[in-house]
Write a protein that binds this ligand. Structure first.
Ligand SMILES: [Zn+2]
Length: 404
C-alpha cells in the first residue's frame, strides 16, 4: 500500500449510479467504513463516475470508468482487510467471559434471561449504521462490480448451483449432546448433513454417536476449548495450550474446522488456529453488530473463513423473536443469498433453550424443507465448502481491469 493512502477510517455514504445498482438493492445509499479514501487527499479519477462517496466534504467520485476500465478511489484489498479484521469497531468481550465462574453453571432459563437483557443493552448502545442487519449489501455490491478474483466475491459454485448451503450445530454443553439425535433426525429427513461443532474439554464426548455421524456423512468440528468465552482474549501462550489440549479430539474425529465460543474472536487466536485446523467459521457477515458484510468464503490469517450468513438461532432467540419471526428472517436472508450467489451458513443449537424445543424445532424443520425444495442449491458440509473454495481459489481468474 502506498503511504499516501494511509489515513483514518471514514464511514462514508456511497451512492451508486443506476446502471451499477443491483436490482435487489432498493434501500438507498450504502453506509460503508472506507479506510483510505484517496479522494480525501485530492486524487482525481478519470472518466465517468459510477459511484460517489460522501465522506467529509461533499460527494466525490469513488469509482469511475474510462475506456472500459474501472478506476477506484480505494484499494480493494486494503478495504477488504479493514472490514474483515473488523478494524472499524471494537467488539467487546462478553460479560460472561469476566465472571469468576464458568457461565454455563447458570441454569439455561436464567442464562436465556440474562442473554436477552445483555442483547437489549448492546443493541441500544449500537449506533453505527455499519453493518446493516440482517443484510449488509456494501461488499457484495463492490465485489460484484470489481468482478472475479476480488476477495470475498462469491465463487462459481459446483454443478451450476446459484447458492451454497451449509448446516451447522454448535453443541455448547452436555444438554446439547443429549439433543444431537433430535436435530440429526430432522436434518437427515430433509437430506442434509451438518457439521457438529463440539467443545474440546467441557463435557463427556459420546464417541459412538460422533462416529455414527461421521459414517453418515456429517462432520465433527471444534467449538472452542471449554466455551468460557475467554479463549480469544488470553495470552497467545495460553491459547496455544488450550488448542494443544484439543489435539486428541481433533485427531480422533479428523476435525478440520473451528468455531469460537459465542463467536468471540481476536487476531492472536486466528494466528494460532492454522496449526490445528484448515478452516474457521467464526466471523458473521453482520450478526452482533460486527462482521465484514462478506457472504462468501475468504482467506483469513491463512485459513479459509466461512462467514456465518444466516442469523444464528441464538441471536434471534436472544433478541426475543418468536418462531414465526425467526422463520421470516431466515427466509428473507436466504432469498437474498440466492439472489447474490453467496454462501448460506445456518447454525442451530441443540440446547433446549435455543432450538431443541418443539416451538423452534417446527420452524427449523420448515426452513430446512424450504431449502431442500429450492432449485440450484449446492449442499455441502462446511469442510466440503472450504475444500472446494481452496481448490477453486487456487485456479487463475480473469478479472476486469481496475486501477486503485
Ligand atoms: Zn457455542
Amino acid at each position: 500500500m502506498s503511504p499516501a493512502l494511509s489515513g483514518p477510517p471514514v464511514l462514508a455514504t456511497v451512492e451508486l449510479a443506476d446502471e451499477i445498482r443491483p436490482r435487489w438493492w432498493t434501500a438507498g445509499p450504502c453506509r460503508f467504513p472506507f479506510p483510505f479514501p484517496r479522494l480525501a487527499r485530492g486524487l482525481t479519477l478519470p472518466g465517468e463516475p459510477l459511484a460517489w462517496i460522501d465522506a467529509d466534504a461533499g460527494p466525490r467520485p469513488l469509482i469511475t470508468r474510462a475506456s472500459g476500465r474501472l478506476h477506484l478511489a480505494f484499494d480493494p484489498a486494503e478495504t477488504f482487510s479493514h472490514l474483515t479484521e473488523e478494524r472499524y469497531t471494537n467488539v467487546p468481550a462478553p460479560v460472561t467471559s469476566r465472571l469468576p465462574f464458568h457461565y454455563h453453571r447458570i441454569p439455561h432459563a436464567l442464562r436465556l434471561l440474562l442473554g436477552r437483557m445483555t442483547e437489549r443493552w448492546r443493541s441500544r448502545k449500537r449506533t453505527s449504521p455499519f453493518p446493516q442487519w440482517p443484510i449488509e449489501p456494501g461488499w457484495t455490491i463492490l465485489s460484484g462490480l470489481l468482478g472475479p478474483g476480488t476477495p470475498g466475491a462469491p465463487p462459481v459454485w459446483p454443478d451450476g448451483a446459484r447458492v451454497a448451503f451449509a448446516l451447522c450445530h454448535d453443541v455448547d454443553d452436555a444438554e446439547g449432546v443429549r439433543h444431537i439425535r433430535t436435530l440429526r433426525a430432522i436434518d437427515e429427513e430433509h437430506g442434509f448433513r451438518a457439521c457438529w461443532y463440539v467443545v474440546g474439554r467441557h463435557y463427556g464426548h459420546d464417541e459412538a454417536l460422533y462416529d455414527s455421524l461421521l459414517s453418515s456423512g456429517h462432520e465433527i468440528g471444534l467449538h472452542d476449548y471449554n466455551h468460557d468465552n475467554r479463549l480469544a482474549s488470553l495470552p497467545p501462550r495460553e491459547i496455544r495450550r488450550r488448542l494443544e489440549a484439543c489435539r486428541p479430539l481433533i485427531e480422533r474425529f479428523r476435525i478440520a474446522g473451528f468455531r469460537s465460543a459465542s463467536l468471540v474472536r481476536s487476531g492472536p487466536m486466528f494466528d494460532i488456529l492454522p496449526k490445528h485446523v484448515r478452516y474457521d467459521s467464526t466471523i458473521p457477515d453482520t450478526d452482533s453488530g460486527a462482521g465484514g458484510g462478506v457472504v462468501a468464503p475468504f482467506r483469513h490469517h491463512g485459513l479459509v473463513e466461512l462467514p456465518l450468513t444466516l442469523p444464528l438461532d441464538s441471536t434471534l432467540i436472544l433478541a426475543g423473536l418468536s418462531p414465526r419471526e425467526v422463520l421470516a428472517i431466515w427466509r428473507m436472508k436466504w432469498e437474498w443469498l440466492r439472489e447474490v450467489g453467496g454462501l448460506a451458513v445456518l447454525t442451530a443449537h441443540p440446547e433446549p433453550h435455543f432450538s431443541a424445543n418443539p416451538k423452534y424445532l417446527r420452524v427449523y424443520a420448515q426452513f430446512l424443507s424450504e431449502v431442500a425444495e429450492s432449485q440450484g442449491v449446492w449442499r455441502a458440509t462446511p469442510r466440503g465448502i472450504a475444500e472446494f473454495w481452496e481448490r477453486s481459489s487456487a485456479a487463475p481468474v480473469s478479472g476486469r481491469g481496475t486501477s486503485a
